[in-house]
Design a protein around this ligand. Sequence first.
Ligand code: ACO
Length: 377
Amino acid sequence: MPHDFMPGLAGVPAARSTVSDVDGQRGVLEYRGIAVEDLCAKSSFLETSYLLLFERLPSRTEIAQFAADLTHHRRIKFRIVDLIKCLPEHGHPMDALQAAVAALGMFYPGRNVRDPHNNYWSAVRLLAKLPTIVAAHARLRHGDEHVPPRDDLPFADNFLYMLSDQVPTPVLSRTLDLCLILHAEHTMNASTFTGLVTASTLADPYTVVASAIGALKGPLHGGANEEVVQMLREIGSPKQVRPYVEAKLQAKEKIVGFGHRVYKVKDPRATILQGLCKDVFRELGPSPLYEIALEVERVMADLMGGKPVHPNVDFYSGIIYDKMGINVECFTPIFAMARVAGWLAHWFEQLKENKLYRPDQIYEGEHNRPYVPLEHR
Ligand code: ACO
């Protein structure tokens, strides 16, 4: 059956889903039908993960059990710590995360994906252990000791504690928790699709998540948050913004943290993150990068000439993490630690009616070419 070729599969539905929805014209993002603004105002990352995975908000007993299960599975085996220690100091944390998650699959029984009980525990382990891996790598690569998780700390507090060996203030832990909610899910994007392609072969969930991590790493996807902070540092001051942006656009280069395949207005997550920046600055003092970012947004609005290119989720998140003292290379791993909730929700959904992804291609090569022996070429 011939089809039109859609580069980047733009606009081609790859699944039926009830996990989340984006209205790119109005700038609305919902998880299981609930506006992300509502979740940020009233929920937590843990509860949002439950909502994504199990299609509804949990009761008190259910969320208590889910939190206890996750807390119980935060620790990572000493062999995973040893594996992380052996990785090159300058290796990218996303590569370390991908390697460690793939390795987890060798320790836990994930293969039988037809068993919902097994799948529940795989999801719990992945959600619980990713932050521990990210924090362990961030410390071990610089020669610091691994700080094991603390069972008495909530999810975001515990991550920041494992990263810095200090219990964070309530403002900082709530800020991180909200960042995790905002990064938890975003419909059929490149990393989710990658995970689902792997899942469609009935591979185990550790392999599914490891492949999604690989797709998230690229600068056109999750890797952009890192590049935004590098760009803002390179620009240096609000005065330098206009000449910088003009030169980039003239050279037909993109401004990182702007543009989106779906949003034709400002990404609602960018607006919420901007609000969070203010909370963090009240606690830790102002950020010069934020002033530069505001000017980039103004200049882009001026120069894009009506083209729908607005700040996306990655534009303001890095500024928050930077102010919190988190190393720039940790930004995308933090994204992954949140997005694993969405990846797993789509995985659960796909397993109900799995079909192997096997797309078509439009062959444009030759046929019936003769093989020319080496001595005649
Ligand atoms: N800076 C300048 N111009 C841009 C930008 C940008 N960041 N993004 C899009 N445009 C322009 C393009 O030049 C193009 O113009 P043209 O029609 O005159 O050629 C038009 O807008 C459409 O852009 P495409 O790249 O074709 O749009 P696409 O949907 O393929 O790309 C993408 C979306 C990849 C996100 C793109 O906007 C981009 O590269 N942005 C920068 C990287 C980035 O921030 N990525 C994070 C995305 S959010 C996430 O993944 C979590």
